[in-house]
Design a protein around this ligand. Structure first.
Ligand code: MN
Length: 725
């Protein structure tokens, strides 16, 4: 009645790693099984199998990975809290804290697969939430994530009985979240299985096609690979190297990805032969490399030494490619047995060993990295900010730079000397005034590259510059450094923050020519009743000048709109009646007739509808806005759509500066660098003062604020502001 042969607890006991194959280890696993078996009694999987088979399967994968008995026991128990009446405290009493924590961790990761129906968030939000949970769990104990990954492997193996839509969704999520995570943790065995199983459900046709092609070519490929192996093995033996050489299996998803990425055919990918050589010692790795390069001609640019420079998931190996005897490319990977274990099992390899085995310093560094994630998590309240930083700090490529003493500092790509300084020590960051990279002085917004040696020049005292928090200026990339800078400002005397905040606010209003707007009113826009609290928040770095610019301009537009009287739809600029698509342009100056609704904040790309208000022109709402859905005044709606190009509007800015040669050219360069068209410019000089009046075609307020910032930073510029009237 079941498709898969039933597993028994005996098969797991037989797979226990030697270190755990003693009476304690065996008893623990048996007790866990007994409880799980009883708790899941009568429950069935969608396939009709008894539920306990799923628990056994998860435990078996964990045992095959060589994980320790507590992890295997927790694997057997991983669903009891979620799906039965057993509680975490009960587990703690019966099995102790370690296992209770592991099961609790897996339970808290939640049932990603079960969200359908009772979850209205978008896929993207759920994905982010899943990631967040995964990373937090991983920091506490990576074994929790390993149990979750093996749970996912087995769920995917048995997806068959679910509806097509659910299968696809689970498979998609696997490719987006779980497989990259397994990769990040270096658990190759799990990674490829998740990828292939996921791909099979996401793109069944392609999967079958590639599987069929592999099958057809198998015999031919095996013959040619066997010849290569024989030749290489013979030479290794002659040099006294005891090598294991095997053909490297190609996985379906990775073949497909290569076909897509390089736009090549199946044959072009599959033609590449690949073998892996496993030897005893590090010296033999390089010796074997010499043999390979003597036997066949190396392909230039295809050699990578991941032994000297391991990948960031700790992977170590030598990679080379040569032209084999039949003229086809041959890829060769060479590594020691220990490196191989790391490559297959990644972080999981660590739990294969008990005390007494020396720890890998790289592994220790990785753990330190997890801990540092934990460290700044405390400072971050906003979930979105947290996810942004996860994306920047965890998922994009990273940069590894060195201190003068050779300590490796692991940073997100695009990091600057300031990020580096804060990662070395908060105090070094706060006092950072300059930096030398590879011996040369660089600007503080210099982007570090992997391998750079960075020396931070510090002042004796003093703190960070507020400019560092300005996202336009690119001084800081990592969320961790940003938080530490904010923290410094928060610690400052409140009065100093208020004074600073007032200065920033007044400057921003002056630049936007909105000096007449009372500061209290601006505070109210940010829901601050007390002006001083608001100023302190600005001074403390929680509210940026860009946020101020956006809000006050919005408020100004609303005020202007309120002055408009009733309009008939035909008079509305850029908006037409339903007969066809229309361009919508919202003008920031002059006669403004349309406003973006405050209830739903539509942005270009949203499906929108116009609503003719009484006396405030047309307000633009998202089509799914609750206010629109609720309204029954059909006659007040008009069709609108976003224009195809980005609508720009002219803004006149005035720049005051001490005159110098090349200043106009520099201003023009900054403007052009922002992709802004400068439609007019007028210069007048008096004594050594120059005044430029320029008309810029601006797309939005953020862009205006950014370009004003950049112009203001040019040498000799005294003031930049927007001109009205
Ligand atoms: Mn499960």
């Amino acid at each position: 009645m079941t498709k898969h042969p039933a597993l028994s607890i005996q098969s797991i006991l037989d797979t226990l790693p030697p270190s755990d194959n003693n009476s304690d280890g065996r008893q623990l696993v048996q007790r866990a099984f007994a409880l799980a078996d009883q708790a899941h009694q009568g429950q069935k999987r969608a396939s009709g199998e008894p539920y306990i088979q799923h628990c056994l399967a998860v435990a078996k994968i964990l045992a095959d990975l060589g994980l320790d008995s507590p992890t295997i026991a927790a694997g057997l128990l991983h669903d009891v809290v979620e799906d039965t009446t057993i509680t975490v405290p009960q587990l703690r009493t019966e099995f102790g804290d370690e296992i209770a924590r592991l099961v609790d961790g897996v339970t808290k990761l939640g049932q990603f697969d079960e969200m359908e129906g009772r979850d209205t968030r978008t896929y993207d939000d759920r994905e982010l939430e899943s990631l967040r949970k995964m990373f937090l769990a991983m920091v506490d104990d990576p074994r929790v994530v390993m149990i979750k990954l093996t749970d996912r492997v087995h769920n995917l193996r048995t997806l068959g009985s679910l509806s097509e839509e659910r299968r696809r969704r689970i498979a998609r999520e696997t490719l987006d979240i779980f497989a990259p995570l397994a990769n990040r943790l270096g658990i190759w065995q799990i990674k490829w299985e998740l990828e292939d199983l996921g791909f099979r459900h996401v793109n069944p046709d392609k999967y079958k096609e590639i599987a069929r092609l592999i099958d057809e070519r198998r015999a031919d490929r095996e013959t040619s690979i066997n010849k290569i192996i024989e030749r290489l093995l013979e030479r290794c033996r002659a040099e006294g190297i005891d090598a294991d050489i095997s053909g490297r299996p190609k996985h379906i998803y990775s073949i497909w990805r290569k076909m897509e990425r390089k736009s090549v055919s199946f044959d072009q990918v599959y033609d590449v032969r690949a073998v892996r050589v496993i030897v005893d010692t590090l010296a033999q790795c390089y010796q074997t490399l010499g043999i390979v390069h003597a036997l066949w001609k190396p392909i230039p640019g295809e050699f990578d030494d991941y032994i000297a420079t391991p990948k960031d998931n700790l992977y170590q190996s030598l990679h080379t490619a040569v032209v084999s005897d039949d003229g086809r490319p041959l890829e060769v990977q060479i590594r020691t047995r220990q490196m191989h274990e790391m490559a297959e099992l990644g972080i999981a390899a660590h739990w294969r060993y008990k005390e007494g085995v020396k720890r890998d310093p790289l592994y220790e560094q990785k753990i330190a990295w997890f801990r540092s994630l934990m460290d700044w998590r405390q400072d971050v309240v906003d979930a979105h900010e947290f996810m942004d930083s996860m994306r920047t700090d965890v998922f994009q490529d990273r940069v590894y730079a060195f201190t003068p003493k050779g300590k490796l500092i692991d940073l997100p790509a695009g990091s600057t000397p300031i990020d580096f300084a804060y990662h070395v020590h908060t105090d070094v960051g706060d006092r950072c005034r300059g930096a030398r990279v590879n011996g040369k002085l660089v600007a503080l917004d210099f982007q570090l590259q992997t391998g750079d040696q960075v020396e931070i020049l510090t002042a004796k005292r003093g703190g960070p510059s507020r400019d560092w928090l300005n996202p336009h200026l690119g001084y800081v990339k990592s969320q961790r450094a940003r938080n530490k800078i904010k923290h410094w400002f928060k610690k400052q005397d409140r009065q100093a923050n208020i004074a600073q905040g007032r200065e920033i606010l007044e400057r921003e209003l002056r630049r936007l020519s909105l000096e007449d707007m009372p500061l209290d009113d601006v505070a109210l826009l940010f829901e601050h009743d007390e002006l001083d609290d608001f100023l302190a928040a600005i001074g403390g770095g929680d509210i940026t000048s860009q946020q101020i610019a956006t809000k006050v301009i919005e408020a100004e537009q609303k005020r202007e709109a309120a002055r408009q009287t009733d309009v008939s739809p035909d008079e509305v600029v850029g908006v037409r009646k339903p007969q066809g698509p229309a361009a919508l342009s919202v003008r920031g100056t002059g006669g403004l007739l349309t406003t973006l609704a405050q209830c739903c904040h539509p942005v270009p790309g949203d499906a929108i509808v116009g609503y003719i208000t009484r006396g405030r022109g047309v307000s633009i709402h998202r089509r799914d806005c609750a206010n629109i859905l609720r309204s029954d005044e059909e006659e007040r709606f008009i069709e609108v759509s976003w224009g195809t190009g980005q609508a720009t509007y002219p803004v006149v800015i005035k720049i005051g500066a001490y005159d110098r040669g090349g200043l106009l050219r520099d201003i023009a360069a900054v403007v052009a660098g922002e992709g802004i068209n400068m439609s007019a410019v007028n210069v007048s000089t008096s004594k050594n003062l120059a005044t430029f009046v320029a008309t810029l075609d601006i797309y939005d307020v953020a862009q205006l604020s950014r370009v004003l910032d950049k112009i203001e930073r040019l040498p000799n510029v005294i003031e930049v502001r927007r001109q009205t009237g």
